[in-house]
Design a protein around this ligand. Structure first.
Ligand code: AVJ
Length: 320
């Protein structure tokens, strides 16, 4: 008989957040909807397709870097720690770590409950020796994870350069939360996308098959599915570009026409070409990220990159 092995902690980050944040975001100037709302089931499936695109170098590059970093990483972190993965989604990356590091426990943290339960159940099945926990939490709003106050050494794993979704001061704030979670001497293993020629970035966020466009537009489809609205996603288009001053890719949804859209009984007026800002994806140099991490009390202990310096995986230690 397989024992039930995934303990779930559910903070219920939910669609009430979607309603509240969409209404506030559409009323704001400039208009904005946070990228965490991309990841409903269809959105997560589209994101998984992005990861396979020829133009989207990030996922495969990070996998390669991790693979090559494993022996050194194992020496620096050691076995029997508690591995806490942020945005655990459907990740294959953590399997590399589990197999090589043999942590004493695993906590998957994700805002999307379906994906979280599916991925942690699979890990529990594939690694019978591993204690598996699932925490359904919007970690951008804080990192209170009850089954983490064990005295074990802790390492947070935050792959995929999702830290890039946060503006620098929010990123410092999140890393500060991570620091308090792992405690002095604890680790953060983080994927950080690097600054690079703009053509490579532009292609990665404007892929030929239009999967990134569909991913961006899915946000409007989700609003249609979950809120009371007459919004027609077809009247919007995907727009992504690199902003060199801010050092980030920006994604927007632009109205093709002048229109009034009703959402939950409120009217929002768009001119042709008016947009909703849906995502920032910050790119850093290794030194820029070291300075950012230092503001949160972390020191770079090791940095691994690919030969073309597209992407980095960084081991940071909390030394407040
Ligand atoms: C998951 C935030 C790292 O910024 O590249 C992919 C999301 N957006 N294509 C990124 C994304 C458009 C991705 N992160």
């Amino acid at each position: 008989m397989p024992k039930k092995r995934v303990a779930l902690y559910d903070a219920h980050p939910g669609s009430t957040d979607l309603r509240r944040e969409v209404l506030a975001g559409l009323a704001a100037s400039p208009r904005v909807i946070a990228p965490k709302f991309f990841y409903d089931e269809p959105g997560s499936a589209l994101f998984n397709r992005i990861c396979e695109l020829p133009e989207y170098y990030q996922t495969r590059t990070e996998m390669d870097i991790l693979q090559r970093a494993l022996p050194e990483l194992a020496g620096l972190v050691g076995a029997e720690s508690l591995l806490i993965e942020l945005g655990s989604g459907a990740s294959r990356k953590v399997r590399l770590l589990l197999e090589r590091l043999r942590p004493g426990g695993y906590v998957g943290v994700d805002i999307s409950k379906e994906f979280l339960l599916a991925s942690t159940a699979e890990l529990a099945r594939d690694y019978p020796w591993l204690e598996v926990h699932a925490a359904c939490v919007d970690f951008s709003a804080g990192l209170d994870i009850p089954h983490c106050d064990l005295s074990m050494h802790k390492m947070v794993f935050y792959p995929g350069s999702s830290i890039g979704n946060f503006c620098p001061d929010e990123a410092v704030h999140l890393m500060g939360d991570v620091g308090r979670l792992v405690g002095a001497g604890g680790h953060l293993l983080i994927g950080v996308d690097l600054k690079k020629p703009v053509g490579i970035l532009h292609a990665a966020y404007n892929d030929a098959q239009g999967v990134t466009a569909d991913f961006n537009l899915n946000l409007l489809h989700r609003i249609r599915r979950e809120l009371d609205t007459d919004l027609d996603p077809e009247t919007f288009e995907h727009y992504a570009f690199y902003n060199p001053t801010a050092g980030r890719i920006e994604m927007h949804l632009l109205s093709r026409i002048a229109q009034v859209i009703w959402v939950e009984g409120e009217a929002f007026r768009f001119g042709a070409g008016d947009g909703i800002h849906t995502e920032n994806s910050y790119k850093y140099s290794v030194d820029e990220f070291a300075a950012l991490a230092a503001h949160a009390g972390f020191r770079q202990q090791a940095v691994w990159q690919d030969a073309d310096a597209l992407f980095s995986v960084q081991l940071l230690q909390y030394r407040p």
